[in-house]
Design a protein around this ligand. Structure first.
Ligand SMILES: *Cc1c(COP(=O)(O)O)cnc(C)c1O
Length: 324
């Protein structure tokens, strides 16, 4: 039997090889290697795709989270609500600005942040909440947004795993005050290296983000704030523009494969398959199942040549990074 790897990053490249090669060569030919037209075009196209006014291309998904928190003025003494089950980047962004990540447990069925537990975790120091659309399934943004509004919290979506997902037709990345996107190669919309973006409808926040990602500089050698260097690479922007055109089609493919799995795995003893809540479009970044004998199941699949991964073997609060 042909082995089935967890993920083959070369396959999508081969499928779009002609267009991708042309896009990369186009950047080399144009002679602009930092920011410029390619980045601006991607920002325009991605903002339109998500359904927001602004997209600010940055270096990676972690930076997108960090800069959004920084642009909002969140820092020392502040508490930020995060899912206890997420990739550690969500937590590290909060720590990077000097604030404290406060974990909220997930709902059993969707594996996303539980809105009731979120509200219970709010204190007088809570300034923001970062819901993650884990595995490609949107978090309950209507409820989370409503609770956040009542407590005056900044809502920053971590949309790293949910490109194209939506709730009632409105895409993830368009629900919070801002959203962080990662284009890490394995994501549904993946670059050929590191890349990320922030989307927002807030004009002021967008302007601050543009300064922060580029040395605080509105014009060459003029520096208004102490910014950093976190720019989206034009080569990656060119790649992302090609892949954005097929994102919906590729998500559809994931969706039909997921439907096959869901049908075939029905009534499988001890196995819990993912649940797509009503009105939500799951984009199946990861088809995550739970099983009472997880490690034995993984070993059995490996024996059959089927690659799997544990997402995630150690939750952030039990990792060495959060020993304290
Ligand atoms: C991938 C990912 C990130 C970080 O993205 P990078 O581009 O690798 O920095 C953040 N949050 C979640 C949930 C992710 O899956």
């Amino acid at each position: 039997m042909t082995p089935i790897p967890y993920l083959d990053l070369r396959a999508p490249y081969m499928e779009l090889r002609v267009e991708l090669d042309a896009a990369i060569l186009g950047v080399l030919d144009a002679g602009t290697y930092i920011l410029g037209e390619e980045v601006e075009s991607f920002e325009r196209e991605y903002a339109e795709y998500i359904g927001v006014k602004h997209c600010i291309g940055v270096a990676n998904g972690l930076e997108a989270l960090v800069l959004a928190l920084q642009a909002r003025g969140i820092g020392a003494g502040d508490e930020v609500l995060v899912p206890s089950n997420t990739y550690i980047a969500t937590w590290l962004a909060v720590s990077a600005v000097g604030a404290r990540p406060v974990p909220v447990e997930p709902e059993e069925d969707t594996m996303n942040m539980d809105p009731g537990l979120m509200e219970a975790a709010i204190t007088s120091r809570t300034r923001a909440v970062i819901p993650v659309h884990l595995y490609g399934l949107p978090a309950r943004m209507d409820l989370i947004g409503e609770i956040a509004a009542r407590h005056g919290l900044f809502v920053l979506e971590d949309a790293a795993q949910s490109h194209g997902a939506s709730i009632g037709g409105r895409r993830t990345g368009a629900w919070g005050h801002a959203a962080a996107h990662s284009f890490y190669p394995t994501k549904n919309l993946g670059a050929f290296g590191d890349a990320g973006a922030v989307t927002t409808d807030d004009d002021d926040l967008a302007a601050r983000l543009r300064l922060l990602r580029n040395y605080g500089s509105p014009r060459k050698y003029i520096h208004d704030v102490k910014g950093g260097n976190s720019r989206l690479d034009p080569m990656q922007a060119a790649v992302l523009r090609v892949k954005l055109k097929v994102l919906d089609e590729w998500n559809e493919r994931r969706s039909s494969l997921a439907a096959l799995y869901l049908e075939a795995l029905r009534d499988c003893p001890g196995l819990r398959v993912p649940v797509a809540s009503e009105g939500m479009t799951h984009v199946w970044h990861i088809f995550a199942v739970r099983h009472e004998q997880r490690d034995a199941l993984q070993a059995k699949l490996a024996g059959a040549g089927i690659g799997t991964l544990i997402h995630y073997p150690v939750p952030p609060h039990l990792s060495g990074a959060y020993r304290e």
